[in-house]
Design a binder for this molecule. Structure first.
Ligand code: HEC
Ligand code: HEC
Length: 330
């Protein structure tokens, strides 16, 4: 009689394990992006996708992940600061989720390392989805379709926060997007893929404008980010003080004041407005900002310098190049 009891106990523990059932699906990296490790089984990705688009994750069912990471805007938000539940607003612009699987840290200040860790944040953030962990679990449990997808992904219907965040992360890892005109030109050898103006922009980007010092291009792929934190002086109050301390809030080191993670520039034409506070509306405004050398402040990164004698044509060429980074939608 003791063995069956033991098995019953083991079966209950196994129930709440967050291991996917089924075979991992390979994730094919498109031209211009590094190889990805195998992803999750298809059923886990399907669950994660449903959760990503489901308002059930927010306390009043008004907001989903996709409210602020909108597929039509490169999985980012056209509003400078996204309204969350009850119209509350955070202070930062929602970054794109495309290619987020490649970032070594998540968020503008890098406070999360994995997509799993990141995904728990917004559900419990009072200005985003405003839920409690128990509330999220209860709302998912109350949804018959999510329960069915949960069982397909994990082998049983048990809902846990860990299962929710793992499935969302599994879906996000499939959101890889490359094969832009730039990739076809630079890595694919198709010399007709980029206009002459965009080619001049590429040369400026890697040359006299110094952009690739931070928005890096490697020999066989380009993430357009060094994954490091820099201060450009974005977001000052009228007295000239930084409004958002950025990376400093994580490290408490003075040199990190006002520093933010270098964002990738892939699909940048789709993700206006720009910068951590969404303060620049167009790519032209961004280029003008760099030509001016950023905003002076004690922590301004020495790599940001005014670009002297930068002509109107050169500015336009840089914008044309940035517009060539829009990847093939898959
Ligand atoms: C109310 C708007 C809002 C909602 C809802 C929201 N996000 Fe975000 N998301 C943001 C903002 C703003 C940031 C940047 C915050 C920061 O850096 O401090 C962000 C950052 C991220 C990042 C980091 C990307 C990067 O490049 O660092 C990922 C990934 C992400 N969100 C996924 C999700 C997922 C998954 C959900 C649903 C569980 C979600 N978001 C819900 C607004 C939102
Ligand atoms: C010192 C490193 C550095 C250099 C050099 C640099 N950038 Fe950036 N770039 C960043 C960082 C960091 C941010 C985010 C800053 C913020 O929001 O506070 C950024 C933001 C951007 C954005 C907005 C991205 C978004 O998603 O909002 C664009 C576009 C951009 N840079 C293009 C360029 C171009 C073009 C050049 C060259 C003229 C350049 N960068 C040079 C580090 C750099």
């Amino acid at each position: 009689m003791r063995w069956p009891l033991l098995f019953a106990v083991m079966a209950t523990t196994a129930c709440t394990k967050a291991d996917f059932v089924g075979q991992p699906e390979p994730i094919a990296a498109p031209l211009g992006l590094p190889a990805m490790p195998p992803g999750a089984p298809a059923a886990a990705v399907a669950l994660g996708k449903k959760l990503f688009f489901s308002p059930v994750l927010s306390v009043d069912r008004s907001v989903s992940c996709a409210s602020c990471h909108q597929p039509g805007y490169g999985f980012s938000d056209p509003r400078a600061a996204s309204p969350g539940v009850n119209g509350a607003r955070g202070k930062r612009n929602a970054p794109s989720v495309w290619n987020a699987a490649y970032w070594s840290t998540q968020f503008w200040d890098g406070r999360a390392t994995t997509l799993e860790e990141q995904a728990g944040g917004p559900m419990m953030n009072p200005v985003e989805m405003g839920h409690s962990s128990r509330g999220v679990v209860a709302s998912v449990e109350a949804d018959p379709e999510l329960r069915r997808l949960m069982a397909a992904a994990y082998g049983d219907e048990t809902v846990t926060l860990e299962r929710i965040t793992r499935a969302i992360a599994a879906y996000e890892r499939t959101l890889v997007r490359g094969n832009s005109p730039f990739d076809r030109f630079f890595f694919g050898g198709d010399k007709s893929a980029l206009s002459e103006e965009a080619q001049r922009g590429l040369a400026l980007f890697r040359g006299k404008a110094n952009c690739s010092l931070c928005h890096t291009i490697a020999d066989d792929h380009a993430l357009f980010t060094d994954q490091k934190f820099h201060n450009l002086g974005v977001g000052m109050d009228p007295a000239g003080n930084l409004i958002d301390q950025g990376r400093y809030e994580v490290t408490k080191k003075d040199e990190d004041r006002g520093a933010f993670r270098t964002p990738s520039l892939r699909n940048i034409a789709e993700t206006a407005p720009y910068m951590h506070d969404g303060s620049l509306k167009t790519l032209k405004e961004v280029v003008d900002f760099y030509v001016g050398g950023g905003n002076a402040n004690p922590q301004l990164d020495p790599l940001v310098q005014p670009l002297t004698s930068f002509t109107r044509e050169e500015r336009a060429a840089l914008v044309a190049f940035l517009e060539s980074l829009t990847g093939e939608a898959r």
